[in-house]
Design a protein around this ligand. Structure first.
Ligand code: NI
Length: 176
């Protein structure tokens, strides 16, 4: 396994759109394994391939219990290749987000409350689900990475963007 680091905001490659996967081969499985390893090592709820330096349309997400978001319902561990979604409810919900590429910071971001998403697992088997609330938020955040969009770009009021420790002192519940 290659030694990888999380690519941090400010790196130009995070702003580039990622390419679709066309071949479900051994190299894809190895890349997905590296993505899973890095997500678990860093304790994220989700990760996108550009965050480990591969501008390819692959995301991995899911958790039983996550220390970064302790009050959220579990999401099944899922690999999605070439993920897409459609919006099922135009209701936008604000929520505090973080990102492994933007360490120690959180921002308040609006996301669609309900979506249908689909994609393929590492063997090319189609996965399709309906997701709401935090689950829907995670998918929207990760797919944004594949289009070169980071959550701070979507913080409407920069008064609602800052360091986790300072936000907690200000009385914000970043885990709400
Ligand atoms: Ni992220």
């Amino acid at each position: 396994m290659n030694q990888r680091n999380i690519v941090l905001m400010g790196t130009p490659s995070l702003l580039q759109p990622s390419s679709p996967i066309e071949c479900f081969d051994r190299a894809l499985i190895e890349l997905i394994n590296e993505l899973k390893f890095m997500k678990e090592q860093k304790g994220g709820v989700g990760i996108a391939a550009p965050q480990i330096g591969e501008n390819k349309r692959i995301i991995f997400f899911g958790f039983e219990k996550n220390i970064r978001y302790p009050n959220e319902e579990p999401i099944p561990f899922t690999t999605l290749v070439n993920p897409e979604y459609e919006v099922l409810s135009n209701t936008l919900i604000p929520g505090w987000e973080g990102c492994l590429s933007v360490p120690n910071l959180r921002g308040l971001v609006d996301r669609y409350q309900k979506i249908r998403y689909w994609g393929y697992d590492e063997k090319g088997v189609r996965i399709e689900r309906i997701a709401e609330n935090f689950h829907a938020r995670v998918i929207q955040h990760e797919v944004d990475h594949l289009d070169g969009i980071l959550f701070p770009f979507k913080v409407k009021n920069l008064a609602n963007f800052g360091f986790e420790t300072a936000l907690i002192e200000r009385g914000y519940s970043i885990h709400g």
